[in-house]
Design a protein around this ligand. Structure first.
Ligand code: AVI
Length: 316
């Protein structure tokens, strides 16, 4: 099955179910990647700056928590490497302290990998870097072929875009691959009040709205659909009790949308929602629940000064 067949199949299944659903996985085409970069610059999107503060101010302590023998070469594997803005602080400190390591950024996007590789090579000519292209769910097995000790980075609250059951099996899969005492550095957003979280998913400049609506543009372009973007609204919600931000696209009127590649129309009632994303927020109990029976243990926790975001060290 080609990539486009899977897309088509997922859209057909998601728009046929009730409530309608499209995976946030499909946000990230070229335009979606660019919009996400812009979201990270928005004043409301506190996640990036909070984690950046942790990395820029606590890199030494984070590295100590890795408990790596400086004489032994290790591998620092970053899953979903993005632009590397936060990781560079860790790399800088590791190099200053003369650790011997190879940096392995893993990303599905060729473009992101090329950008991060060039950036890191420019900044750190001595850095050994071995980029790996692929979906980190799928390439996980291939990353664990060498005997060198490993530290896995999974930051940016990317875990939060997974349903809890998927997150649990992903963390368990990583745990299965790690050897005793190896680490996973997991960066996740913390549960906090609605007045802080909701604006992060509904910025005043409308970038997150465009990011959500870009999904419909993509379906129009790639699957020959006729979604009228004027007739759909970005509709995010968040409740502190649940700790999950959810994004929806709301049909502002009763309408029918035709998808040429499927030769089929889909009906929308006025105010009907398409669920497009979850962004889960965590606390220690929720995380502990996900790693129960995985052999992983929370051994350290690094917070920013506002306690908005946490980087956990999970040790096997
Ligand atoms: C990539 N991920 C962690 C972002 C988040 O916060 O859930 C994606 C995003 N969606 C809307 N704004 C940002």
């Amino acid at each position: 099955m080609t990539k486009n067949d899977t897309f088509l199949k997922d859209i057909e299944a998601g728009l046929s179910q009730n409530p309608k659903y499209i995976s946030s996985h499909y946000f990230y085409d070229k335009a979606g990647d660019e919009l996400f970069q812009q979201i990270m610059e928005m004043p409301e999107y506190y996640l990036t700056n909070s984690e950046l503060e942790i990395f820029s101010q606590q890199s030494e302590a984070i590295i100590e928590s890795f408990q790596i023998n400086p004489d032994e070469e290790f591998e620092l594997i970053e899953l979903g490497a993005g632009d590397g803005k936060k990781t560079l602080h860790l790399l800088k400190t590791l190099l200053e302290k003369s650790y011997r390591f190879k940096f392995i950024p893993v990303d599905i996007s060729h473009n992101s990998l090329a950008v991060i590789t060039e950036r890191m090579e420019d900044l750190f000519p001595d850095l050994e870097i071995d980029p790996q292209q692929g979906d980190y769910f799928q390439v996980l097995d291939e990353l664990f072929t060498s005997d060198r000790p490993k530290v896995i980075l999974f930051i940016g609250s990317n875990l939060g875009n997974m349903q809890d059951e998927v997150a649990r099996s992903f963390l368990h899969k990583i745990a299965d691959h790690l050897k005793p005492n190896e680490k996973l550095l997991l960066g996740v957003d913390q549960i906090k009040s609605k007045d802080i979280v909701l604006p992060a998913y509904n910025d005043a400049a409308g970038i997150t709205r465009d990011f959500n609506l870009n999904l419909l543009k993509r379906i129009n372009r790639e699957l020959g659909a006729d979604f009228d973007l004027e007739n759909f609204e970005h509709d995010p919600e968040y409740t502190e009790e649940e700790g999950i931000a959810k994004s929806f696209l709301k049909s502002t009127k009763k309408q029918s949308v035709y998808i040429k590649e499927l030769g089929k129309s889909f009906e929308f009632a006025e105010n009907e929602l398409i669920h497009t994303e979850i962004s889960r927020k965590y606390n220690d109990t929720i995380l502990q629940n996900l790693i129960d029976d995985s052999m992983l243990e929370i051994t350290h926790k690094f917070l920013d000064s506002k306690k908005y975001f946490a980087d956990y060290i999970l040790t096997k």
